[in-house]
Design a protein around this ligand. Structure first.
Ligand SMILES: [Zn+2]
Length: 183
């Protein structure tokens, strides 16, 4: 079942001396902290949800979705593709114009102090994919993309989203070899 959730709002306020802040989801009288995001990441998601349903978090078996500034929940474990099909029935079966991989951001963090994205789960990959707009962060390429640890795990880099980026093969190779990308 997919239902519209009318009593949901999301707020995100980064104080100027901080890089990132938690996004907060209010459902009725309850407030839940979802992932820590920079302003750029939050506005990226807000931009993205105008085109595609973004999963925000799962609370008590309900997965909350944001799509075109409305909130919805489902308790069937629907995928973003299914939610999109249910919410835009007229577009079903028709190929979207820029038919790229659907992206969702799952910022699933209910315990307030839990580290965000401790392992690179599929949800995290989708989140990073959405944040980087499905492009190589260095050159903007949209093919041969890989997920790169900005600081390698071997050098003490974390698995957090802020240490992960989308790179194309060529930029990733250039980064590893320390040479500029040859294209
Ligand atoms: Zn590149």
């Amino acid at each position: 079942m997919l239902r519209k959730a009318d009593n949901v709002t999301m707020t995100h306020q980064v104080r100027f001396w901080k890089k990132a802040a938690p996004a907060r989801l209010s459902i009725g009288a309850n407030t839940y902290q979802v992932g820590r995001l920079t302003s750029a990441e939050f506005s990226g998601i807000q931009h993205r949800q105008m085109q595609y349903p973004m999963s925000v978090t799962t609370i008590e078996g309900r997965k909350y979705w944001q799509f075109q500034n409305q909130y919805y929940w489902d308790d069937e474990g629907l995928s973003a593709v299914q939610v999109h099909a249910l919410l835009t029935p007229r577009q079903t079966g028709r190929q979207r114009q820029h038919g790229t991989t659907p992206a969702t951001a799952d910022l699933s963090v209910t315990p307030p102090n839990a580290a965000v994205l401790t392992a690179v789960s599929d949800d995290a990959k989708q989140y990073i994919w959405a944040r980087d707009d499905g492009r190589c962060r260095k050159c903007g390429a949209t093919a041969d993309l890989q997920l790169d640890h900005i600081i390698p795990l071997a050098k003490g880099g974390s698995r957090n989203a802020d240490n992960l980026q989308v790179l194309c093969c060529s930029c990733n190779r250039a980064k590893t070899s320390g040479l500029p990308a040859g294209r």
